[in-house]
Design a protein around this ligand. Structure first.
Ligand code: C2E
Ligand code: MG
Ligand code: MG
Ligand code: MG
Length: 292
């Protein structure tokens, strides 16, 4: 009986595993096709400075519109496969180029200019290729480097500690800005904050979620803000959803934020209208500094 059960279990798990492998291969195949077909587009989310609600930046977030179903797939569902297969490199290159092209087009159209941030995966660590692509993108699109910011997650940077330091130095030398994404979740040594020359830290959403009531999360947020200020980094809170969170962040000295409260990621045309205004609706900004 044990033998039979064992065999049953074996084939059950093998079944699940090969189903997963099939699924992954289908996604890989579809992603390859989508890249060639340019089935991606960018959603833009504002970064906002309180109390005025002025837009100080935007993050470009990739979306995949499947050509077969028309369905829009969020990055959480395909970035991991893109990273495993190495397709992420070409995808991130496309995103950076499109974000710079769009930013420059808005500037040419006379809209207020704010920097655009892109996420670059370090799963396939190739600093030479990345630097070459940044140079080429800036040259091709005519964008000045100070308007481009690159976000690296703390955990991926930490995986390549020494070589990432060199990469960041090279990006800074080009005049591009560098931010640490999902800060506080990467299990990294704080020593790297002193050695590296970043421009900004983005406090991970998981800490913001606990505000204002969780005293431990409040303490962590205050510590990150204090540290960022002492080291002369800008500090941005991610995932701000409620007025109470925005208020607590302001009390803790974090004035820049990004989250559904001040604006969801939206398609380019909709974001242009927001940029034209230059700030999020006064009501939202006022509300978040008034309500507790
Ligand atoms: P991220 O860089 O930390 O981006 C922030 C994510 O949080 C976005 O999810 C955004 O829509 C979401 N978000 C923003 N405000 C709120 C909020 O108030 N509440 C909640 N619950 N979520 C909020 P999205 O667009 O699904 O992207 C997820 C992740 O996928 C990104 O996290 C980033 O790590 C990755 N990603 C997105 N675009 C790219 C890309 O072009 N290249 C690479 N390599 N990764 C990307
Ligand atoms: Mg990001
Ligand atoms: Mg993040
Ligand atoms: Mg995140």
């Amino acid at each position: 009986h044990a033998k039979e059960a064992g065999r049953g279990r074996y084939s059950y798990f093998t079944g699940i595993m090969s189903e997963r492998a099939d699924q992954r291969m289908r996604t890989e195949h579809d992603l390859r096709f989508a890249l060639a077909n340019e089935d991606f587009f960018l959603a833009y989310q504002p970064k906002v400075r309180l109390p005025e609600g002025r837009i100080t930046g935007m993050e470009a977030l990739v979306r995949w519109r499947r050509s077969d179903t028309g369905e829009v797939v969020p990055p959480g569902e395909f970035i991991p496969v893109a990273e495993e297969t190495g397709l992420i490199v070409a995808l991130d290159e496309w995103v950076m180029h499109e974000a710079c092209r769009q930013n420059r087009a808005w500037q040419d159209a006379g809209l207020p200019q704010v920097p655009v941030s892109v996420n670059v995966s370090l799963a396939r660590f190739d600093p030479e290729r990345l630097i070459a692509h940044v140079r080429k993108t800036l040259a091709d699109t005519g964008m000045a480097p100070q308007w481009l910011e690159i976000e690296f997650t703390e955990s991926q940077m930490f995986t390549h500690l020494e070589r990432a330091q060199e990469l960041i130095a090279q990006l800074k030398a080009l005049g591009v800005q560098v931010a640490v994404d999902d800060f506080g979740t990467g299990y990294s040594s704080l020593a790297y904050l002193v050695r590296y020359k970043f421009d900004a830290l983005k406090i991970d959403r998981s800490f913001v979620q606990g505000l204002p009531d969780d005293p431990k999360h409040s303490a962590i947020v205050q510590a990150i803000v204090g540290m960022a200020r002492a080291l002369d980094y800008r500090v941005i809170a991610e995932g701000v959803e409620t007025c109470a969170q925005a208020d607590a962040l302001q009390r803790h000295g974090c004035h820049e934020m990004q989250g559904f409260l001040h604006g969801r990621p939206v398609a380019a045309a909709e974001f242009a209208a927001l940029l034209q205004r230059g700030s999020v609706a006064a009501t939202t900004a006022a509300r978040s500094s008034r309500e507790a």
